[in-house]
Design a protein around this ligand. Structure first.
Ligand code: AQP
Length: 342
C-alpha cells in the first residue's frame, strides 16, 4: 500500500432516506454511471448510517435501502463493474469515523451549512450524529483512499472538510497516508432546484411532493409536475445570460440540458424564443423518455429483493478487501496494539 501515490479510485454515496429524486439522479447517480464507463475502480454506497442522523422508521429504512440499490442498478450501475455497498455492512466506515471524530475540530463542524440547515433553530435538540456527519463522510471516502468523489454542488463544503481531515491526520502523525480527494462537481445540473421555489434545492425532505420529481414517479406524474412547475411570464431567452435572476426558468433549462447532454447555451440556441407553454411539454417528453425506463426497472428489481440483498452482501465482501487493510494501517499509525495469533 503506497503512502505517497494513490491509484485513481472513485467513491460516492446517497442516503436511503426515501424519495430518491431528479436532483440525486442528475447531480450524482448519472455521474456515477459516467465514471463507471471510464477505466477506473468505482465504489458506490447506500449510506444508511448517515440516514439515521435524523429519525428513520426501521422498516422504511430497510425498504428505502433496497429501493436505492434498485435505483443504482436501474440507472446503469453494474454490480460486476462497480462495487455496490450498504454502509452498515462495511464496519470500517464507522471505525475510521471515530478516529476522524478525534481529528476534526468542533469549530470546523460548527461552520457546516448543511448542519445549520438541517438542525434549524433547534440545534441543541439535533442528534450528535447529525453534527458529526461530515467526519463519517470523510471516513466513507478515505477508508478507500478514494481520489475522486462525484457529488452535487451542495456537498462541496463537506468535501473541503474531508481534505482538511486528511491533511490534519497526515500532519499530526507525520505521514502521507490519506489522499487529498478531488470533488467532481460537473454536468449541466449540479444543483437542481425545487419545482415550486427556485431558491430552494430539490430535496427528499421537502414536504411538498410537487417540489420534486421522484425516481419512482410514473410518466403521468412526471408530466404533471413539469406542467405545474413555477415559471415566470417571459419566454426562453436565446442565451444563458437571459436567465440571470430567473431561478425557476434557469432550473428547467438546466434540467433539459442535463437530459439532452447539451450545454445551456446549446439548448437556448435551439429553443430560445419559445414560451414555457411550448417548452414544458418538450421537457416533459424528454424527462419521461429518460426516467420512465429507470422507474420501471426499479419496480421490476424490487420484485426480487433477495437478489438485491445478495448483491449488497457480495459488494460488502469486495469492499472489505480494501477497507480492512487501510483501517489496520490507520490503527498502526495512531498507536493501537495489533491483535496476534493465539
Ligand atoms: N437538488 C440537488 N441537485 C443536485 N444534486 C443533488 N444531490 C442532492 N440533492 C441535489 C446530490 O445527491 C447526492 C446524494 O445526496 P444525499 O441523499 O446523500 O443527501 P442530500 O444532499 O441531503 O439529499 P437531499 O435530497 O437534499 O436530502 P434531504 O432532504 O434529506 O437533505 C449528493 O451527491 C448530493 O450532492
Amino acid at each position: 500500500m503506497s503512502e505517497t501515490s494513490f491509484t485513481p479510485r472513485v467513491f460516492s454515496g446517497i442516503q436511503p432516506s426515501g424519495n430518491l429524486h431528479l436532483g440525486n439522479y442528475l447531480g450524482a447517480l448519472k455521474r456515477f454511471v459516467d465514471w463507471q464507463e471510464k477505466d477506473v475502480e468505482t465504489i458506490y454506497c447506500m449510506v444508511d448510517l448517515h440516514a439515521i442522523t435524523v429519525w428513520q422508521d426501521p422498516a422504511k429504512l430497510r425498504h428505502a435501502t433496497r429501493e436505492l440499490c434498485a435505483g443504482f442498478i436501474a440507472a446503469g450501475l453494474d454490480p460486476a463493474r462497480s462495487i455496490l455497498i450498504n454502509q452498515s455492512q462495511v464496519p470500517e466506515h464507522a471505525q475510521l469515523a471515530w478516529i476522524f471524530n478525534c481529528v476534526a475540530r468542533m469549530g470546523w463542524m460548527q461552520r457546516m451549512t448543511q448542519f445549520k440547515d438541517k438542525a434549524g433553530k433547534n440545534a441543541q435538540n439535533a442528534s450528535l450524529g447529525l453534527f458529526a456527519y461530515p467526519a463519517l463522510m470523510a471516513a466513507d471516502i478515505l477508508i478507500y483512499h478514494a481520489t475522486h468523489v462525484p457529488v452535487g454542488e451542495d456537498q462541496k463544503q463537506h468535501l473541503e472538510l474531508t481534505r482538511d481531515i486528511a491533511a490534519k491526520f497526515n500532519h499530526d502523525y507525520g505521514v502521507d497516508f490519506f489522499p487529498m480527494t478531488e470533488p467532481v462537481i460537473e454536468g449541466a445540473a449540479t444543483r437542481v432546484m425545487s419545482l415550486r421555489d427556485g431558491s430552494k434545492k430539490m430535496s427528499k425532505s421537502d414536504p411538498s411532493d410537487a417540489s420534486r420529481i421522484n425516481m419512482t414517479d410514473d410518466a403521468d406524474a412526471i408530466a404533471k409536475k413539469i406542467r405545474k412547475a413555477k415559471t415566470d411570464p417571459e419566454g426562453l431567452p436565446s442565451e444563458a445570460k437571459g436567465l440571470e435572476d430567473r431561478p425557476e426558468a434557469r432550473n428547467l433549462v438546466e434540467i433539459y440540458a442535463a437530459f439532452a447532454e447539451q450545454s445551456v447555451d446549446q439548448v437556448l440556441a435551439e429553443l430560445g424564443g419559445k414560451q414555457f407553454s411550448e417548452f414544458k411539454p418538450l421537457l416533459a417528453d424528454l424527462a419521461v423518455s429518460k426516467l420512465a425506463p429507470i422507474s420501471a426497472e426499479m419496480s421490476r428489481l424490487m420484485d426480487n429483493q433477495d437478489e438485491i440483498d445478495r448483491i449488497l452482501t457480495r459488494g460488502a465482501e469486495r469492499a472489505r478487501a480494501i477497507t480492512a487493510p487501510i483501517l489496520r494501517r490507520t490503527y498502526d499509525i495512531v498507536g493501537m496494539v495489533p491483535p496476534v495469533q493465539v
